[in-house]
Design a protein around this ligand. Structure first.
Ligand SMILES: Nc1nc2c(ncn2[C@@H]2O[C@H](COP(=O)(O)OP(=O)(O)O)[C@@H](O)[C@H]2O)c(=O)[nH]1
Ligand SMILES: [Mg+2]
Ligand SMILES: [Zn+2]
Length: 352
């Protein structure tokens, strides 16, 4: 079997991945995309068929990271067995900090567009949406905010305008009735064949409803069709689904905590503020009360939204803290390993 582009492109394959395959392997390589991950089992789609695969022992040994191969990854399979022997370099990776932990947890790999879903009903939370925008910025992925349940509120346009003021250039926010109105037509500019989307948002906001709406059939269980014994919305595993128009979509079960992994995305999301910060008198300005703070001056002049400024400071502090903590843990792990290695080497030396 050789690389058949017409088979792979609808799954999101591109030159970026072709370039990673050595010429001599071109005839024999078996690329596939990871569409779902369950404990110890990676479901892959070769473009011809979907089937479960395992991870080659070699990869287990080199990479003890349980997320080394995640949903959306492109992998190479062994010639005669459903075994993943290689993970290709990622074009993008969306990750967040795990609830209660400090390590990064990948949500999806090789994504072009992040559908940030939030319900207009109940208490709409702009800061929550903005956290996702930071994740998208961190990953270099374009966000599209879908404000669902527009049919349940009086003035969806007001919230849409509120969100639009916080969007990066090129991004968009739309109010939708995901339950009853087909979305494929309205979203068609973002659904080009080969595009990979990830759907994120809290539990119950309508992610699976959006996915099913775009798929044109009830592929994902929604709150309306499935509840656990306590009546809560149950979550299904992250899975990649092919849409009729040729795009792919990954429905990520409700995320409770959107912890930031680093601070890069914060500066990209709040680029206007980050730009002003370059003119602050002190390089380590915290943009709160220092003299010569260009950010504070712009806030006082009314040129920067007070809420945006406050959220920027909060997210920046969190991103910095998490990154520093992650580095500290990584260093401790490496240190621990080296100590062990030294002890082992000493023992061996004494034995001789
Ligand atoms: N009225 C209305 N209900 C919606 C809309 N989108 C989702 N729902 C309902 O909200 C509930 C949660 O939806 P679901 O897709 O399971 O949310 P998820 O947890 O984010 O996947 C379900 O009962 C849906 O029928 C919408 O645009 N309008
Ligand atoms: Mg769901
Ligand atoms: Zn400043």
């Amino acid at each position: 079997m050789s690389i058949d582009l017409s088979r792979l492109q609808p799954l999101g394959w591109s030159n970026f991945f072709t370039a990673q395959i050595p010429l001599e392997q071109f005839e024999s390589a078996r690329p596939a995309r990871v569409v779902r991950v369950e404990r110890g089992c990676w479901f892959v789609d070769s473009g011809l068929e979907a089937f479960p695969a395992t991870l080659a022992g070699r990869l287990h040994h080199i990479h003890t990271d349980p997320h080394y191969v995640t949903v959306g990854d492109w992998v190479l399979l062994a010639a005669h067995a459903p075994v993943i022997v290689e993970r290709l370099e990622r074009r993008s990776l969306i990750e967040r900090r795990e609830a209660g932990g400090i390590d990064a947890q990948p949500l999806a790999a090789n994504i072009d567009l992040m559908l940030v879903v939030s319900g207009l009903d109940g208490e709409f939370n702009l800061h929550r949406v903005e956290r996702y925008l930071v994740l998208a910025a961190e990953a270099g992925v374009l966000p599209l905010v879908l404000l669902t349940k527009a049919d349940l509120v009086d003035d969806p346009a007001r919230t849409v305008a509120q969100v639009r003021r916080r969007l990066p250039a090129g991004a968009e926010a739309l109010a939708v009735d995901a339950l009853r109105v087909p979305l494929a037509g309205r979203l068609s500019p973002w659904l080009e064949p080969g595009t990979s989307l990830v759907v994120v948002g809290s539990s119950g906001v309508g992610k699976s409803t959006v996915t099913n709406n775009l798929a044109g059939q009830p592929l994902q269980e929604t709150g309306a069709t499935r509840r656990d014994a306590k009546g809560r919305h149950t979550t299904t595993a992250r899975s990649l689904i092919r849409l009729p128009g040729g795009a792919c979509i990954i429905d990520v079960p409700g995320i409770r905590e959107v912890g930031l992994v680093a601070e890069g995305g914060v500066d990209r999301q709040f680029s206007a503020i980050a730009e002003l910060a370059r003119d602050c008198r002190f390089v380590d300005c915290t943009h709160q009360s220092e003299p010569g703070c260009a950010v504070r001056a712009a806030v006082d002049r009314g040129e920067v939204d007070t809420d945006a400024w406050a959220h920027y400071l909060k997210l920046l502090a969190e991103g910095r803290h998490n990154l520093a903590e992650h580095e500290r843990r990584r260093r401790d792990r490496v240190f621990g390993k080296l100590v062990k290695a030294t002890v082992a080497a000493k023992k061996q030396g004494h034995g001789r």
